[in-house]
Design a protein around this ligand. Structure first.
Ligand code: SER
Length: 588
């Protein structure tokens, strides 16, 4: 039986044999893209290189990339959709194009030495063509040359066979998708690849990124023709193991068993199957988010995390489990992934304590909130915006849980009304935060770049003032401000903040040129560079140095000289969770 570990190894090996270089698995939180909450595809950290910047590792790249798609959080529960998943990817940055890409995919899928999938079980979709780009006969021709019968090639429109950009502008293009027939009964005579009933599972997507979508919605041909492919690890593992859903693979089966035994269940109703799936999927996603320093909050990444944890807790309750159970599942997740992601183990204590804390917070109000929901539903046969907002504010119900309750009980929820109430009450709009996912590309505006270099100075200044144990836990930059999270056990005093500020401004005044060098991760560590995540492979990375003051592994961009930054000012310092502090600062 091929396990997910073997699949990952084979994939990397195959593409290394085909002259690709392995690149690191980037953090889930985008390092330099304030417009997106999470990395949602392997190509996301590669956007500048798809647009033409040379990549330090060359033109043929391969990796395993962890991704999180907020758009799929509420799909979780069916056979194959996951919010968090690992994606295998290979890229050509202006090197090979359609023919070689398709041929390599076919070889990897069907040859004995590799995945040995029966070609008769595969179907293919290609772009049907529209006013922006022609029908992709080139890809169809290559599939046919490989022996694929015409009737297993489907031509679909942009909604299905076009990928990107992430947000509204950037690299994108037509794609060809590879589907596996799970063998289950078709949902209707019209069922075909692209239908979500579970018969056809999309396992691989080869995107031919030859366009750049501009702010006015036009598709301009890029000078560099790229390939960006993505294969979902969990789904491909499932089909290789003859399963028609991801939860029966070794990735999730131990978690599913643990929940069944907690709930004392053997035979399951369909609704219980769904609850278990939501619980185990969200437990895994939450573990990875917490390991990256995200904590449950009411905004941005923290909100997505909170919503998943709370949803899992409610589904636990539906199964009759009231006691805290997510930390036990997280321990199993950490164990499963400890080899590939050692930072999970390093952050185990925080992960467990945050899950316990969030359970305590929510379980105090969950039953009361459910009672209130039932009373409102009985009385009004609907939930108004005001009532939904009350459930949110007084009982801590994320709107997605309220919507789910509405669906289960056949009670309409006024979501627009809720949003209006929400906007009225909050300065930061959660809806706005959600929209932010997918609204633009890495922001390289001058102000952002200045703040980015200032962040490096701040990182080092904190260590100089507060001690070497201080490490970055998160960073987020918009053109207006920088936000920097770090580990520290108490409030930073006014005096210390002033010292930090002065130290940063001193470096700015010294007009230090920023230097950049390419090296391996191991060498960077030896040189003493700061790095947020352990990247375990020997691929090339970039190190930015600011005189003797700071040295960090980072993909840039940065200003050329610190004097460009302007005056640095800390606006706020606060605790965001046990042992984690947050600083907001501006440059003027
Ligand atoms: N970016 C494409 C996807 O996510 C291919 O990697 O499917």
């Amino acid at each position: 039986m091929i396990t997910s570990e073997t699949l990952k190894k084979k994939y990397i090996e195959f593409f290394l044999e085909h002259n690709h270089k392995r690149i690191a698995n980037a953090p889930l939180i985008p390092e330099n893209d304030p417009t997106a909450l999470f990395i949602s595809a392997g190509m996301h950290p590669l956007v500048p290189y798809l647009l033409g910047q040379p990549h330090p590792s060359g033109k043929r790249l391969v990796n395993v990339q962890k991704c999180l798609r907020t758009s799929d959080v509420d799909e979780v529960g069916d056979s194959f959709h996951l919010s968090f998943f690992e994606m295998l990817g290979n890229w050509s940055l202006g090197d090979y194009f359609k023919e070689e890409s398709i041929k390599m995919s076919y070889e990897f899928l069907t040859r004995d030495k590799w995945l040995n999938i029966d070609p008769d079980k595969l179907s293919f979709t290609v772009f049907a063509g529209d006013e922006d780009s022609p029908r992709d006969m080139d890809s169809a021709k290559v599939w046919m040359e490989l022996g694929v019968p015409e009737e297993r090639i489907y031509y679909l429109p942009k909604e299905d066979n076009w990928w990107g950009p992430i947000g509204s502008t950037g690299p994108c293009g037509p794609d060809t998708e590879i589907f596996f027939d799970t063998g289950i009964q078709a949902c209707s005579p019209d069922c075909q690849p692209g239908c979500n009933c579970g018969k056809y599972c999309e396992i691989w997507n080869n995107v031919f990124m030859e366009y750049n979508r501009t702010p006015d919605g036009k598709y301009e041909l890029l000078e560099q023709k790229n390939v960006d492919t993505g294969m979902g690890v969990e789904r491909t593992t499932a089909i290789l193991q003859g399963k028609d859903n991801v939860y029966e693979t070794e990735i999730f089966a131990p978690l599913v068993e643990a929940v069944k035994s907690l709930a004392g269940l053997e035979e399951l109703e369909p609704s219980q199957v769904k609850s278990i799936r939501i619980i185990v999927e969200h437990a895994r996603a939450a573990t990875f988010l917490l390991a990256e320093g995200i904590v449950p909050l009411n905004t941005e990444q923290g909100y997505v995390l909170r919503r998943m944890i709370r949803k899992a807790i409610r589904h636990g309750k539906l199964l009759g489990v009231d006691d805290e159970f997510l930390s036990g599942l997280a321990e199993k997740v950490i164990e499963t992934y400890s080899e590939d992601y050692p930072y999970l183990k390093e952050n185990e204590e925080t992960i467990i304590s945050e899950l316990k804390k969030e359970h305590k917070k929510f379980s105090n109000t969950l039953q009361k909130g459910l009672n209130r929901f039932n009373r409102m539903a009985r009385k009004n046969k609907k939930i108004s915006g005001k009532d939904a907002f009350l459930l949110y504010q007084s009982f801590g119900f994320p709107i997605e849980i309220i919507i789910e309750l509405g669906e289960e009980n056949d009670i309409p929820i006024d979501v627009d009304g809720f949003n209006a109430e929400f906007e009225k009450h909050q300065k930061v709009s959660r809806a706005g935060a959600d929209k932010r996912f997918g609204s633009g590309l890495a922001d390289h505006s001058e102000k952002t770049v200045r703040l980015h270099t200032a962040t490096h100075l701040l990182n080092e200044a904190l260590r100089k003032v507060l001690g070497d144990q201080v490490e970055q836990r998160g960073s987020n930059i918009t053109p207006e401000r920088l936000r920097f999270d770090f580990n520290f056990h108490r409030k930073v005093t006014k005096d210390e903040l002033k010292q930090v500020e002065d130290l940063v401004n001193e470096q700015i005044k010294k007009a230090i040129p920023i230097e950049k060098c390419e090296t391996t991760f191991e060498k960077a560590k030896e040189m003493g560079a700061q790095a947020v995540f352990e990247q375990r492979y020997g691929d090339k990375i970039t190190v930015y140095s600011i005189g003797d003051f700071s040295m960090e592994v980072c993909s840039g961009p940065h200003v050329k000289n610190t004097k460009e930054i302007g005056h640095f000012r800390i606006k706020k310092e606060e605790g965001i969770s046990a042992g984690v502090r947050r600083i907001r600062a501006v440059v003027e």
